[in-house]
Design a protein around this ligand. Sequence first.
Ligand SMILES: Nc1nc2c(ncn2[C@@H]2O[C@H](COP(=O)(O)OP(=O)(O)OP(=O)(O)O)[C@@H](O)[C@H]2O)c(=O)[nH]1
Ligand SMILES: [Mg+2]
Ligand SMILES: [Zn+2]
Length: 288
Amino acid sequence: MKKGRIIKLIGGLYTVVDEFHQTKVVKPRGIFRHWKLEPKVGDYVMFDDDTIHELLPRVNDLTRPSICNVDQALLISSSVQPDFSSLLLDKFLALVEFNHILPIIVITKIDLLEKSQLIDLKSRLEYYQKYYKVIFFSTKTTEGLEEIKQVINDKVNVLTGQTGAGKSSLLNTIDPSLDIETNEISLALGRGKHTTRHVELIPLENGWIADTPGFSKLEFYDMKDFQLKDSFPDLFQLGSNCRFNGCLHLSEPDCAVKQAVDEGHLPKERYQNYIKLLEEIRLYKKKY
Ligand SMILES: Nc1nc2c(ncn2[C@@H]2O[C@H](COP(=O)(O)OP(=O)(O)OP(=O)(O)O)[C@@H](O)[C@H]2O)c(=O)[nH]1
Ligand SMILES: [Mg+2]
Ligand SMILES: [Zn+2]
């Protein structure tokens, strides 16, 4: 038996790579189902010629996309088609932070923006640069490409983002020989159809990168409302100055977060997104 890592899962068949870069297609032991153990892409396992015998502990674990043990997540957000949404970005950021994964913001399709639109978008994202790495990218001009290559080098990366945001196109730009299928997003429907249908780790730039299917809806699953504030690094920092320890920054007195909004240190848009997401979590918990 040897140790390996799952890099692909299609139709119940797992592709596992060992330390010598040899791959094998294997199946988990039948008893796994009984134990409710579901190996996924990113998992370290003990395996032999045809069977996964043991699942090793995970360092971190994402539900959507379904992948674990990654170093960082590239949040692929298109500037247009689909339009940039700070709410979606803040939601992603919180989910990734909550899972103890380093988020990197990548804004795609900037070639489709007028110069003034690009300036506006960059100023909207200026605040984020205090807390996150932000890269502006275009497959057409290849702006941002070198920066992305540097960031992903030697790491296990996952690409996440709405369907049609340009995840697969980005990989093809880094390495055209990958030749991953991409598709025009359907403008008539205002949203794309999913082109990538499975999660797969691909060796790239001395590390690994996972292309994943995009989504049209993203849920909070296991985050509780009081956990959201700690998944916003800026609110987390400011929160230590609130009067109450567990301040949710809603209508509590002497709230340092609301004070920061009033004084213009925290963008109102981001604070409002926090409130919207908090409400969303509460609604989700009521439904399920
Ligand atoms: N002009 C321009 N078009 C882009 C850029 N990046 C992606 N596109 C286009 O956007 C469309 C969607 O790109 P994909 O790479 O398939 O998007 P995806 O995120 O992989 O989508 P799913 O696999 O469905 O999740 C394609 O028509 C791409 O050609 C860009 O930087 N500039
Ligand atoms: Mg894709
Ligand atoms: Zn507060």
